[in-house]
Design a protein around this ligand. Sequence first.
Ligand code: F6R
Length: 594
Amino acid sequence: MCGIVGYIGKEKCISKIISGLESLEYRGYDSAGIAYVKNNTVIIKKEQGRIANLKENINLEEESYMGIGHTRWATHGKPCQINSHPHKVGKVTVVHNGIIENYESLKKELSEYEWVSETDSEVVAALIDKLYREDNDMVKLLSKLKDYLVGSYALGIIIDGDDKLYAIRKDSPLIIGVSENGNFIASDVPAILEYTNLYYLILNDEYAVLSRDDVVIYDKDGNISTKNLLTFEGNREAAMKNGYEHFMLKEIYEQPKVIMDTIKEYISDLDTLKEKMSGLEKYEEIDIVGCGSAYHVGLVGKSLIEKYGHVRVNVDIASEYRYSDHIYKKNHLILVISQSGETADTLAVLRKAKEDGIDTLAIVNVVGSSIAREADRVLYIKAGVEIAVATTKAYSCQLMMLSMIALYLGIINGMLNESIFEEYKKLDKIITDILNDTSDTKSVAEIIYKNKDIFFLGRKLDYALSMEASLKLKEVSYLHSEAYAAGELKHGTISLIETGTPVISLITEDDIRLKTLSNVKEVCARGALSVIITNEEVLDKEVYDKLILIPKLHDLVGSVLVIIKCQLIAYYVAKLNGCDIDKPRNLAKSVTVE
Ligand code: F6R
């Protein structure tokens, strides 16, 4: 996922492109770049890291009236300056959002070119350069580009010596903004809202030619299209929410895609899984360390890795672990988990581990973050930018990455085989079905939102999941909530259960199903309002007031379904209570102090 912006008009372009990119930073931010035309020459500036880095190194007021910019989320080639966009080959400069699947074969066909970067996008620039040299006709060229490219693309294109800006799309978003003083291309509406709220939506295989005071759009058959000019009524933030009321809800709904983005390579075939995870089988013991939700997901990881990988796993909170004494095995791994890759305590654990000479592995979302840079080895999740302070999609992607580790170790030790890949491949469809019917989670929210105290119960894996379910609820809705190991409640805390106290029990593991149900009976006997989230019908109707049923899948695959239901309950409870869902009080997205 990347963001592109372009401008051509009567006003200077650089500050417009940069501010557009800033509002697209949610699409990716491991590097950024801009190409602009000055005195008939294309000038390219690009930097690794945030757009702020680029901004420091350019003059926003330079005399240029046409340019294209890009903020990158690395797909082909690591995040670095050379792989950043724009890419220039011959007379052609491009910014690209998407993935060109046939770039390897194109590269062979374009053997006369020398490659500077590792990207698929540079190959597109070369292809356009070659086609352009044949008859110098960009409109004709764009009409046949789809015959050459397999994959997804939104492209912004500048040609040396030409005073027009070109754009085309297939399966990657693209809009064209129009204003009195000039015209824009962008991946998303927020990029243009500072200057105009009038835009055209470009559909697959459509392309456009932009000049200072005109926009010509062509349909997929090459005819000039008379599209409706749309008006965006909201503000920038509303635009970034894509119609969702809150970022948290948007991010919950992104989960089918980002989970698949995270795991798809690993489950494509056995050789790829082995290649990507190779070496992890040598560890006798693993310490998983993180903060908050990252710690909770580590607890899920422990359950899965111990069960299938047969490796001992300890899980600790980073702020505790960093000041504790540790006994390391000869082959010991410290696995740190962090969405932001900047959490101070987690980073300190990583640095201490390196000082102690222990191997480190990081599961991280933000490409190029401190933890990602400093760990010996990184497994990136592909959650994309998470804006809501309460993590949802990143937690789920972390869980699935831990599932990939357990899967790999389980295959190596013969406990699992590749037939399970098929189950993983169905996961996005199953999550989509869950997200399409939220009546069950809404109705649970309606019966619990006025309570002060809420309890989550579970055993083993379900206990680990209930820790995160409880955190999600309390942080966004400000209700007091606690997660308890189901068998432990009677050792004290059960005194808090009274008539109407909500108890949400997670029951997905067959071997302890009946044990947890007995504990549910204990709280029901004390008047609890019982909600059960499970993957099997519960025959005894006396033990619940509401039942949420999820599909029954292998626990390596299906655990994430439980948490998605709990995220939705937390969201709807917070909404009913009128809370500031995306920015709960006292919290920060990235905790860079200890
Ligand atoms: C809770 C939440 C936090 C983070 C924690 C660690 O919803 O988001 O508990 O999980 O602050 O942050 P990262 O993963 O960035 O290290």
